[in-house]
Design a protein around this ligand. Sequence first.
Ligand code: HEM
Length: 173
Amino acid sequence: MQSLQEKASQWSGVHQADAFAIDETNLFEKLGLQSFINLSTNFYNRVYDDEEEWFRSIFANSKKEDAIQNQYEFFVQRMGGPPMYSQRRGHPALIARHRPFPVTHQAAERWLQHMQNALDESSDIDPESKIKMMNFFRHTAFFLVAGDELKNQNKQHQVGCKCKHAAEKPAEE
Ligand code: HEM
């Protein structure tokens, strides 16, 4: 069976090595905290203004300010900065934290489009860093889609099947 990482690479078209090229340089030191705050603010302004109700509604139970802070603190931590996210929220556990939301292929593509537009507008981030960040985002987005499909398969399995696996939790969360 394909692992979540393999599915993420296949669906995103981003090899694992390219997704984790964010680790080659310390992007936090290179870009600084304010660039991350600006990026997440720009991104979530776009998400909350999205003309597509189906996409906007995924975020309806979150306050925009909180969503911005959650996101930039995670990016800072993941890209070489201090562990701001974990100190406030605990382990990122991205698949588990996205479990309440329908993270479909379509939702991933729309999330990525907003992120691409936000990056295009970020004059404080250099082109090479933008490419590295986008590869990481793209791969992670489809990793979450793979996690979402696992969740749905598990639900169907539990409804439609009486075998011993029905009680098992997915292995990779
Ligand atoms: C694929 C499409 C995606 C959808 C539909 C989605 C949706 C959401 C939603 C609705 C939230 C709750 C907002 C909040 O209260 O913080 C959230 C939180 C979050 N997302 Fe995503 N997301 C996606 C992709 C990503 C990607 C690619 C990353 C990382 C690269 C990411 C990282 C996070 C983080 C760190 C949080 C905060 C979790 C928490 O602390 O509760 N998401 N996402």
